[in-house]
Design a protein around this ligand. Structure first.
Ligand code: G4P
Length: 507
């Protein structure tokens, strides 16, 4: 049986229209009834939490969530990725839990830096991408230029599935190549209200343009798309509702159902009977008074039932999952099963960590959920030296959650935190103070990056003897080389060919 689940994320640069598109997708799926609710709900959520002051100050969303909706028998799981410029490991990891992605591009701006970074993460895992060129109701770049830009900057075949008939002041609608109909703007708001015109006769330069568009690009090829080599491109306006239905249909028809996931013993198929899954995100309780957390598990196989016992790989003994959070559309809130592709939120008190596998038999270990070599390293300076113990606990907790990475140097007492985005540091300081009552500041560290050491125990030991000043242990006690520069890494790698200096670490 082919699964009817589509688990996906939207990747984009801030302001391209991700929130607006999310709203419209949810509206179409009947998951929410009022436009604006996504943002409103976000605001209410933010107000509840102290440490999320940062979100308010910067007007961004630090936390990801899961939105589920249904349409024509297909269940869509949309995983939200923080959309701010300064992204974090959370975003990377969320992308390990999806089977496909929608890339939203602003028609006036083309490919922006954040889009590109996120795209690269998708490419690492061959996550197939559907492109949505948004805001065609406004003046944008010439359409051919936009397509060339996607193809050239991302080294991807592009296959337009629709075409904007004019943009901005001369916008007349979107021509869908699949059905050969034009969706037209209507009324004073110039929105798409459902009027599709068939048997369209285009004239003059527009006829030529469309002719070129239809024949000048590779045909859509589902295999090439699913391999991540080709992207179908849709044009539309999230704000004015153009192209949204076509986009949902495209996900339903083309986007892959739950894919097999890599494990130590080879790929685990979604059809496996046993319930298996992995934790891709841990979120602390929004209420700082409560120590409990929610672990977000992506289901890889099996059918999960409320109350089921699962064994976390980090623990080795079963835990009963009595009050899982199942993210369903309104009418399904009481449903209590989940299957491959779904996300379950599991409340726990710190037992579950990012990267953990959960399974019924404890025979599977998923791989591929990496820690990334931090690009920013800072020394943590305590304001009150008697709080060392609390600080250690906080750093351990927060690194388990994936907020930061922590490194304990072999020499010297000052602990080092590493992140891939500046914002993670702000979150750290704010949470240390709000939740752990630890006042700390961050100072420059002599190190520029970190590399996980892999090799035979003898090789590692030999290396350690000569490099103590540059050695640290991570949260799991694994050895890490703290490098002063990229050059340093290259130099050591050359001198120690039997050791690998890993830029990522998989748990
Ligand atoms: P983001 O989540 O990717 O950051 O983008 P968001 O949806 O918040 O959209 C950014 C701005 O672009 C918003 O305007 C939104 O209304 C506008 N927008 C989104 N889609 C379209 C579209 O298809 N056409 C046009 N013309 N505009 C679009 P804003 O004024 O910054 O925010 P707001 O105050 O209207 O919410």
């Amino acid at each position: 049986m082919t699964s009817n689940r589509r688990t996906f994320a939207i990747i984009s640069h801030p302001d391209a229209g991700k929130t607006t598109l999310t709203e419209k997708l949810l509206l179409q799926g009947g998951a929410i009834h009022l436009a604006g609710e996504v943002k409103a709900r976000g605001a209410a959520r933010r107000a509840r939490s102290d440490w999320m002051k940062i979100e308010q100050q910067r007007g961004i969303s630090v936390t990801s969530s899961v939105m589920t909706f249904e349409r024509d028998g297909v269940t869509f799981n949309l995983l939200d990725t923080p959309g701010h410029e300064d992204f974090s490991e959370d975003t990377y990891r969320t992308l390990t839990a999806v089977d496909s992605a929608i890339m939203v591009i602003d028609a006036a701006k083309g490919i922006e830096p954040q889009t590109r970074k996120l795209f690269e993460v998708c490419r690492l895992r061959s996550v197939p991408i559907i492109t949505f060129v948004n805001k065609v109701d406004r003046e944008g770049k010439p359409v051919f230029d936009l397509l060339d830009e996607v193809a050239d900057t991302l080294a991807l075949d592009v296959s337009p599935q629709s075409w904007p008939i004019g943009m901005g002041g001369v916008f007349e609608g979107v021509l869908d190549f699949g059905t050969d109909t034009i969706s037209r703007p209507e009324g004073p708001s110039k929105e798409f209200l459902g009027k599709r015109e068939a048997d369209v006769e285009l004239a003059g330069p527009m006829a030529e343009e469309v002719e070129l568009a239809r024949h000048g690009y590779p045909e859509f090829d589902i295999e090439a798309y699913r391999h991540g080599d080709l992207t179908p491109v849709y044009f539309g306006s999230a704000l004015k509702n153009f192209g949204v239905t076509e986009l949902i249909d495209a996900i339903a028809r083309f986007a892959p159902p739950p894919r097999p996931q890599p494990s130590e013993a080879g790929p685990i198929e979604p059809t496996r009977d046993e319930v298996t899954g992995f934790v891709f995100k841990v979120q602390a309780n929004m209420d700082p008074q409560h120590r409990d957390r929610i672990a977000f598990m992506r289901m890889v196989s099996g059918t999960f039932k409320r109350g089921m016992k699962l064994i976390p790989s980090g623990l080795g003994k079963p835990i009963a999952v009595h009050s899982p959070i199942l993210f369903f559309a309104q009418d399904r809130e009481l449903a209590d099963t989940a299957e491959a592709g779904d996300i379950i939120g599991i409340p726990n008190h710190g037992t579950l960590r990012v990267g953990d596998t959960l399974s019924e038999k404890n025979q599977v270990r998923f791989t591929g959920l990496p820690n990334f070599a931090p690009e920013i390293l800072r020394r943590v300076q305590l304001k009150d030296p008697t709080k060392t113990k609390q600080l250690r606990k906080a750093l351990d907790d927060l690194s388990e959650e994936g907020v930061i990475q922590v490194f304990y140097p072999e020499f010297g007492g000052q602990w080092i935190v590493g992140v891939v985005g500046q914002l993670q540091l702000d979150v750290l300081i704010s949470r240390l103070s709000a939740e752990y009552k630890v006042e700390a500041s961050l100072e420059a560290s002599p190190f520029a990056t970190a590399r996980w050491l892999k090799g035979s125990p003898e090789a590692i030991k030999g290396f350690e003897e000569f490099n103590r000043a540059n050695l640290a242990r991570d949260r799991d006690g694994d050895p890490v080389f703290m490098a002063k520069s990229a050059w340093d890494v290259g130099y050591q790698q050359e001198k120690n060919p039997d050791i690998t200096f890993g830029a990522t670490k998989e748990r």
